[in-house]
Design a protein. Structure first.
Length: 368
């Protein structure tokens, strides 16, 4: 099995903090989870569990929109050197860069594409959806701070209906292509549970229902287009139909759901009725394993792509979960992204949000 990165360099840190982002002097900070390998996990287990979130926000913080963003570098950054190991060659699937959308994005988290190839970027800290054409030209904006509050996940129907996981408001927002005003879906709190924390959302295959990740309650919910709950699956744990901070999801043509579990470091697959199908991946730095998985995309053939926000790689799996390879660049090298988050696939194009660098990277598959 190929080691994606040198174990001594990646695993040898007793404390690594990937990103620290301070919105303003008066606003709380958003931090990615702290990870303590080895025996430090036992020592700090209680504090880590309280601190761990989906990977992009502190658990109960509510942030005001700030005028400036300050990026504070990781104090251990120079010690964490990413380098390929000298094992057997890693199978790379080549993607060339088509274009990049950057300014004025401010910590974007997710992306979706409609049937015309128009691009919908969730610019969550500004509480808007920015829409571009297939060549990256700005078209229009959806939402504002009165409508959205730190949204995290987005999906779009072929006709341009936009669903947003409005995490800060604990609800789902539908921007219909045919209606002037958005529709709001409040989500039920489970008995004894926390306020609902929607971090991602996806339309069903027939566009008559949608699926929501409830991060803080460790579950996935299916609803019809009236907002009525069809089913709910999940509690906190590591067994089938259990989750530990599920974050993003996508579906295939049969409405099988692929849910990224950040803390369990795996992808769990559920069928359209919420029953467990399989797990994909586990914790580690070998090929087919995850260190800090975040984004996920399923193409029209059922091929699965998973982004690792810490290692900066995107791995590719067959429909049944077999590891196929990783995204490479035009030079035949492993392509490194900076904090890759939400992703989507449209034809041969791969759209990747890089949260840390405030941009969307649009790539095209060249093969093999």
């Amino acid at each position: 099995m190929h080691t994606l990165f040198s174990p001594a360099r990646v695993m040898g840190q007793t404390l690594t903090q990937q990103v620290k982002i301070i919105y303003s002097l008066n606003a709380p900070s958003i931090r990615q989870r702290v990870h303590y390998p080895g025996w430090w996990l036992v020592v700090f287990s209680i504090s880590v569990i309280l601190f761990m979130t989906s990977g992009v926000k502190a658990a109960e913080d509510t942030l005001d929109l700030a005028s400036e963003v300050e990026i504070v570098e990781d104090p251990l950054k120079e010690e964490i050197v990413y380098e390929l190991s000298e094992d057997e060659p890693l199978n790379l699937i080549t993607y060339r860069t088509l274009f990049v959308i950057g300014e004025p994005l401010r910590l974007p988290s997710d992306v979706a594409v409609d049937r015309e190839g128009n691009i919908y970027i969730l610019d969550g800290t500004v509480n808007v959806v920015r829409v571009y054409d297939s060549k990256g030209k700005s078209l229009f904006i959806l939402g504002d701070k009165e409508t959205l509050n730190l949204p995290l996940g987005i999906d779009v129907s072929p006709d341009g209906d936009v669903l947003v996981a409005d995490s800060g408001n604990h609800r789902i927002v539908l921007f219909s292509a045919e209606a002037a005003t958005p529709v709001f879906f409040d989500l039920p709190v489970p008995p004894g549970g926390k306020p609902v924390d929607p971090t991602d959302v996806v339309f069903g295959q027939d566009y008559k229902k949608f699926f929501v990740v409830d991060n803080d309650n460790h579950r996935v919910i299916a609803l019809d287009m009236k907002g009525e709950v069809l089913w709910s699956s999940g509690t906190m744990g590591r067994n089938p139909e259990e989750f530990r901070f599920p974050f993003m999801l996508d579906r295939d043509k049969e409405d099988n759901l692929y849910i990224v579990e950040v803390v369990n470091t795996r992808v769990q697959v559920l069928n359209q009725d919420g029953a467990h199908v399989r797990f994909v991946g586990d914790w580690g730095i070998e090929s087919g394993q995850f260190f800090r998985p975040k984004g996920i995309a399923v193409d029209e053939n059922g091929t699965l792509l998973v982004s690792d926000s810490y290692l900066g790689v995107i791995q590719i799996f067959a429909h049944g979960g077999k590891f196929l390879g990783a995204v490479g660049d035009e030079a035949g090298k492993l392509r490194k992204f900076t904090t890759p988050m939400g992703m989507t696939v449209f034809g041969d194009r791969l759209f990747v949000i890089e949260m840390y660098t405030n941009r969307l990277v649009v790539l095209e598959r060249e093969g093999p």
